[in-house]
Design a protein around this ligand. Structure first.
Ligand code: NIG
Ligand code: FE
Length: 426
């Protein structure tokens, strides 16, 4: 309990609304919508939130060294992007043009494009070159209000190049305020040198890459692109089981382009997350619900790929699942870093309300990354990761798109981004 006159480091006040989910675990079903607090203020001390509530009450209990004037805007927890592939060298805009002209993602991949076309750039690049690119991308995440980002490798696909990418993520996390959660994705594709011996590549991942990655301590999670043209269910099970035995958490790309049954595999393995799920079956949804796996949905990806299937988000919520949202930022299937954009498309494509989308983009995403005790909500005791948006109410989280509404970002109590233009949006 605070006593009158307690001193905080930072007070965030003059807000139209504050929107936050509550708790330290993913919320699903009827508990998905975040709460809206009008005229609230937040006090921060030692990087953590020490008070949240009506501004007059917070002010009565806390004075502060510094005050951040919300300008009548909206305060939300910093966004948590639970699925990205940000360690790459070149972009793949020619593939985008091919899809616009009618080719599919798989057709392009099978013709030598796709993930394989990103390998040469990463393999040839030095650690310094990859780090420089990653840091620019992290700046962009931050200015879009994202304070925590899951980062996959997966464009090296040799032991040395995958370790190089993990080292780049490790270097970046020490230099940049955005919190990074590293995931080893050596099973992103079968590299061309193993094209005629995929079993040998799976052996390499299981017998050499995973043990070295685990020993390095540079990855928290292990992931597989489980898909009919990449790794099948048995190969994925073998890789994931090996990863789990080495102490890595599990995330899986599943049922994105075909209904392979990857959701059931994620459930069987007790994965932290099952990602994509555009083609998931009703049985797959039930399995995820029984196992308490967080579905990580990426609504910009089918849009970017011109894929007609949608992840059945509402059926998942009805089944009690607690969906998270992510960009899936990568050079091939989603060259977009904006969580504000993701929220709008979650509304338009999945029918999520603004309050549902907010929980999915913060608390549930943090839960999928094992960080819901510390991140994802604006509550006393949580780390002060905040984004101030220059919009008049929470409906604008989904209503307005195509413009970055983020004005100020706070990470662990520090103001780490402040937009130069302070004009308020009318
Ligand atoms: O999540 N699905 C696999 N990985 C990415 C695509 C990566 C790429 O095309 O480079 C995805 O969509
Ligand atoms: Fe992905």
């Amino acid at each position: 309990m605070s006593t009158p006159g307690d001193r905080a480091d930072l007070l965030v006040a003059n807000l139209s609304e504050l929107v936050t989910a509550r708790g330290a675990a993913a919320r699903g079903g009827a508990d998905l919508p975040a709460e809206v607090l009008p005229d609230a203020a937040v006090a921060v001390k030692g990087g953590c939130i020490v008070a949240v509530g009506p501004e007059d009450e917070v002010r009565a209990a806390w004075s502060a060294d510094e005050e951040l004037d919300g300008g009548g805007g909206l305060l939300v927890p910093g966004f948590v992007d639970a699925h990205t592939h940000p360690v790459f060298f070149g972009t793949r805009e020619a593939e985008f043009e091919q899809r616009v002209a009618g080719k599919t993602y798989v057709e392009i991949a099978q013709a030598g494009g796709g993930i394989r076309s990103s390998l040469a750039g990463v393999r040839q690049a030095s650690k310094e070159e990859l780090l420089a690119r990653l840091l620019v991308r992290l700046d962009r995440f931050l200015e879009l209000g994202t304070t925590t980002v899951e980062c996959k490798t997966g464009y090296g696909l040799t032991l040395a190049d995958e370790l190089k990418c993990l080292e780049v993520i490790d270097a970046a996390r020490r230099m940049h305020p955005v919190e990074l959660v590293p995931t080893f994705l050596g099973a992103h594709d079968v590299p061309p040198e193993f094209q005629h011996d995929r079993a040998a590549y799976v052996d390499l991942v299981v017998n050499e890459m995973l043990p070295r990655v685990a020993e390095s301590g540079l990855a928290e999670y292990c992931d597989v692109f489980t898909e009919s043209h990449v790794f099948g269910l048995d190969e994925s099970r073998r890789i994931m089981t090996a990863g789990a035995e080495l102490g890595l958490g599990l995330r899986l790309h599943v049922d994105q382009l075909t209904a392979l049954g990857g959701a059931q595999l994620a459930a069987e393995l007790g994965a932290a997350s099952a990602d994509h799920l555009e083609c998931v079956s009703p049985e797959g949804i039930e399995a995820l619900a029984r196992a308490g796996v967080v579905p990580v949905l990426c609504p910009l990806v089918p849009l970017f790929l011109r894929q007609k299937e949608e992840a059945p988000a509402r059926a998942m919520i009805r089944a009690g699942l607690a969906p998270a949202l992510a960009t899936d930022f990568n050079p091939g299937s989603c060259y977009v870093q904006s969580m504000p954009e993701v929220l709008t498309w979650a509304a338009l494509r999945y029918g999520l309300s603004a309050r549902e989308a907010l929980t999915a983009a913060t608390l549930n995403a943090a839960a999928s990354l094992g960080r819901a005790e510390r991140l994802g909500t604006i509550e006393v005791g949580k780390q002060a990761d905040l984004a101030l948006l220059d919009v008049p109410n929470h409906h604008h989280l989904t209503y307005e798109f195509g413009r970055n509404p983020v004005q100020v970002v706070v990470k662990a109590g520090e103001v780490v981004y402040q937009r130069a233009d302070e004009d308020l949006h009318e």
